[in-house]
Design a protein around this ligand. Structure first.
Ligand SMILES: CC(C)(COP(=O)(O)OP(=O)(O)OC[C@H]1O[C@@H](n2cnc3c(N)ncnc32)[C@H](O)[C@@H]1OP(=O)(O)O)[C@@H](O)C(=O)NCCC(=O)NCCS
Length: 158
């Protein structure tokens, strides 16, 4: 729990609820970026956020895991927050909880990607102390990304 939020690992049963809101919350089709393997196979290292007042109502989702190639690296594949709950610290709480869990498991860095055009995501990651590096065509032709990375753990909330 974190500041009025209930945070818990994801499971296969969360896929349908997350999938039905994802395109609307992103403002564009997310396609297979939200593949159900992140719930079925990697769910336990991801997180779901809800408010203490209404734990059944999903407010945010983080899909992430520890890298198999580099066990010191935690990787956040995807985060989304209900537009009505934005700016209230939901994503920050998801990142802090994920970072704490990954640090406890041996990770010392966390990485994530953002599209150079996603200003909201760029500002969010910069505010959390991530440092971004521009990577041309990182996920395919015409698909540039900012590769964000920072050390773990996050500073505890003030
Ligand atoms: C990016 C996103 C996850 C942020 O979620 P959020 O819950 O609103 O973020 P938080 O409230 O935890 O914000 C934490 C900090 O990030 C910064 N921040 C977040 N959104 C911001 C915005 N739109 N503009 C400027 N700064 C912002 C702020 O500094 C904020 O700190 P503050 O509360 O002290 O001001 C959310 O906007 C979202 O779901 N966007 C659509 C999906 C997406 O683009 N995901 C990222 C790519 S996978």
């Amino acid at each position: 729990m974190s500041d009025g939020l209930v945070l818990r690992p994801l499971g296969a049963a969360d896929f349908a609820e997350a999938r039905v809101v994802a395109d609307g919350w992103f403002g564009r089709p997310v396609g297979l970026t939200m593949h159900r393997l992140f719930f079925d196979q990697l769910g336990p290292t991801g997180l779901r956020a809800a408010s203490v007042a209404d734990p059944d109502l999903m407010l945010g989702v983080l899909l992430g895991f520890a890298s198999v190639a580099d066990p010191a690296l935690a990787y956040i594949h995807f985060v989304m927050v209900d537009p009505q709950a934005r700016g209230t610290g939901v994503a920050r709480a998801l990142y802090h909880e994920f970072g704490q869990r990954m640090f406890a498991g041996g990770c010392r860095r966390v990485r994530t990607l953002a599209a150079p055009t996603n200003g909201r995501s760029l500002r969010f990651h910069e505010s959390l102390g991530f440092v971004g590096t521009f990577a041309s065509q990182y996920v395919g032709p015409g698909q540039d990304r900012i590769v964000f990375e920072r050390a773990l753990p996050f500073a505890p909330p003030a």
